[in-house]
Design a protein around this ligand. Structure first.
Ligand code: ZN
Length: 439
């Protein structure tokens, strides 16, 4: 529009036409808005917007229930309740509200926990035999030794569901003891609360070092940290191929079994890995001053950190595992000092401090033996685990002795009745690939 100051008539005319134009614009805008909202409600009907909100709320409830249930199944009662409490704004007054019902179920299970009065069972293994045909071929190390003191992968896999059926539940060994509040420097047994009928079980694995002499005999080569954040076993097949597997030793097998059966583990507890310093640790030669040592030390540390996060603990199994020193308990104090100090210097920095000492060859010494005193006091070990089937703890003031039972070819062959009484029917487990045991 053009504004002409010279003519008033024209000015009025222009004003009139300007007003008219304004009406038209307003009308057009109104029509556009009507069309826009009509289209919008056609695309997103009011009911669908409300429905979307309901669906979103339902998905939030389902997700919270799933997460809480995972915690609950692994016996993290308080954490499961906390997770549901985060969604308190979603809880309705309805008696059948799923969050309320789940919270009641969890509280009931928590209240039903009972103090466990029996012994904590502690069973142990060595690295598992992956290829029995190599372990029992008498080429390299004697088949008899492996037949007595080792367990095969297939046997271990068969034991786990049977132990679970009998009521066993993996329990953290270090949680069995606590500082004595009345006597400084002393430890005492800690009360254990479990669901009724459940029996605490500790599984330990000796010599998780992957010694060179065992490598050609069908055992894993080393542990490795996978890109998926899990610990895998590196295994060399009989054909000479190097592969990473989920069942080359106790660790990945137990990790996967607990992932599938969270009820088999109290709050994600797994087992205890007993390490010497002989030929390194976990399959890495970190104690021989080799050029790659620094890199391998980092790898051992990374693996240990992941394992500790996932319910595993570590134990000292002596540094040298020297048979002359420890098999018959003849070590001198000087040798014990060397052995104890060396483990703390060469292994502890990478796997971390531990309160557990698992004795090589299952030796045990008297509590006042100066060699034992050195291990306990200088090593800072409060749990000492020899081999024995008494299933009884000995309280020694600053340390508690907890014997362990080997579930290997020897025990399964020589004491099948005892194994059946406590753990499983040997016939359902023992590998037909084992040669007969000549004792
Ligand atoms: Zn050993």
């Amino acid at each position: 529009m053009f504004w002409n100051k010279g003519s008033q008539a024209e000015e009025r005319k222009d004003k009139k036409s300007w007003k008219k134009e304004q009406y038209w614009i307003a009308f057009a805008v109104l029509i556009s808005l009507v069309i826009f909202f009509a289209a919008l409600s056609f695309r997103f009907p009011i009911s669908s917007i409300a429905g979307g909100r309901i669906e979103k709320k339902q998905a939030k409830i389902t997700f919270a229930l799933k997460e809480a249930d995972q915690l609950y199944q692994a016996f993290y009662y308080d954490e499961a309740l906390e997770r549901l409490q985060q969604e308190s704004d979603l809880i309705t007054d309805d008696d059948s509200d799923p969050i309320v019902l789940k919270m009641e179920e969890i509280k009931k299970a928590k209240d039903a926990l009972v103090k466990y009065e029996g012994p904590v069972h502690h069973v142990f293994f060595h690295s598992l035999i992956v290829y029995p045909q190599l372990a029992f071929d008498n080429v390299g190390h004697s088949a008899q030794g492996y037949n007595m003191w080792m367990t095969t992968v297939s046997e271990f896999k068969k034991m786990l569901p049977l132990l679970y059926e009998r009521g066993y539940i993996l329990y953290p060994l270090e949680a069995c003891i606590e500082a004595n509040p009345d006597k400084q420097g002393e430890v005492q047994l800690k009360d254990i609360y479990l669901p009724p009928g459940r029996i605490p079980l500790v599984i330990s694995i000796d010599d998780v070092n992957y010694y060179d002499y065992m490598k050609p005999d069908g055992f894993a080569n080393r542990l490795v940290l996978g890109k998926d954040g899990k610990i895998w076993t590196e295994v060399i097949t009989p054909e000479g191929e190097t592969v990473c597997t989920r069942d080359g030793d106790v660790m990945p097998i137990l990790d996967d079994f607990v992932a599938e059966n969270p009820g088999f583990s109290w709050r994600g507890a797994k087992g205890v890995m007993a390490l010497t310093g002989y030929e390194g640790a976990l399959g890495y030669r970190i104690t021989d001053d080799l050029p790659e040592e620094a890199k391998w030390q980092e790898e051992v540390k990374a693996i240990a950190d992941v394992m500790k996060e996932n319910g595993w603990a570590f134990a000292c199994h002596s540094y040298t595992h020297n048979s002359k020193w420890f098999r018959e308990g003849k070590a001198t104090l000087k040798q014990v000092i060397y052995d104890t100090d060396r483990w703390k210097e060469k292994i502890e920095p990478y796997i971390g401090k531990t309160e557990i000492y698992i004795s090589p060859f299952g030796f045990s010494w008297k509590n006042d033996d100066p060699r034992y005193r050195y291990i306990i006091e200088k090593g800072g070990y409060h749990l000492f685990c020899p081999v024995g089937n008494s299933r009884k703890f000995i309280l020694n003031g600053d340390n508690i002795v907890m014997p362990r039972i080997n579930l290997d070819g020897y025990t399964m062959n020589v004491r099948p009745g005892e194994v059946d009484t406590y753990y499983f029917d040997v016939n359902q487990v023992i590998s037909p690939e084992r040669p007969s045991l000549n004792l």
